[in-house]
Design a binder for this molecule. Structure first.
Ligand SMILES: [Ca+2]
Ligand SMILES: [Ca+2]
Length: 224
């Protein structure tokens, strides 16, 4: 009986191979991890598509990214710049690097960049990955993440968020992703990806902090 089942499996695999049914789809159907690096999915950042809330006077939010207000004196001390990079030399911009300059505690910004499907088939957008001081971390949308002086990234719990950080604590930036995880993107379609970013109490004054963001995609038929 076992032999018959194995033979059947083999026949199915061979039949699927002969009609061009890729291994990624087959392995996905079996519940295996799909390798998003292979094949043709091409989700790319759109160059010069950064939009931000801080075009002058600074904004502030409470720890945990609750609410935000314009600086009461409209002082313009901090600023944010962004650039898009092709880190793997495949001509597609896979990294959005965001740098906060002249950072100081509770400097807040809301930032977005556009992504587009450069391929020829619909894609499903995956969770973004933060790149911070050698750490690569997949993050979920709607949650606050803290980035540390030591390169660690955590998702703080409610108690941690409620307790004001001290100057000598580890965490210097907090980020919350807002959009589009699991959404389908058609070839040529452009979607805006936005996130909130804030400098925390423990950040060093007059310092630049840079975080990179990449977003991968899988083919829509790989998750069925
Ligand atoms: Ca500013
Ligand atoms: Ca690239």
């Amino acid at each position: 009986m076992k032999k018959v089942a194995l033979l059947f499996c083999l026949i199915v695999v061979m039949a699927l191979s002969s009609i061009g049914f890729g291994f990624a789809k087959w392995s996905s159907a079996l519940g295996a991890t799909v390798n998003t690096k292979t094949g043709s999915p091409k989700l790319a950042w759109v160059n010069n598509s950064m939009i931000q809330k801080d075009w002058g006077p600074d904004w502030h939010a409470s720890q945990g990214l609750k609410g935000f207000i314009l600086d009461p004196e409209k002082k313009d001390v901090g600023s944010t710049s962004g650039s898009f990079a092709d880190t793997d030399n495949d001509t597609f911009l896979d990294r959005f690097n965001v740098t906060v300059d002249n950072a100081y505690p509770f400097y807040f910004n809301e930032i977005s960049g556009n992504i587009t499907n450069e391929g020829t088939i619909p894609l499903i957008i995956q969770a973004p990955v933060l790149h911070w001081m050698g750490t690569d971390k997949v993050i979920d949308d709607g949650y606050v993440y803290w980035l540390g002086k030591d390169g660690h990234i955590i998702m703080p719990n409610a108690q941690q968020i409620a307790k004001p950080l001290e100057v000598d604590d580890n965490w210097v930036l907090e980020i919350r992703w807002m959009d589009n995880i699991g959404k389908q993107i058609e070839p040529g379609q452009v979607l805006e990806e936005s996130f909130d970013l804030q400098v925390l109490e423990s950040a060093a004054q007059k310092t630049k902090y840079t975080v990179g963001i990449s977003v991968e995609a899988i083919q829509w038929n790989e998750i069925r």
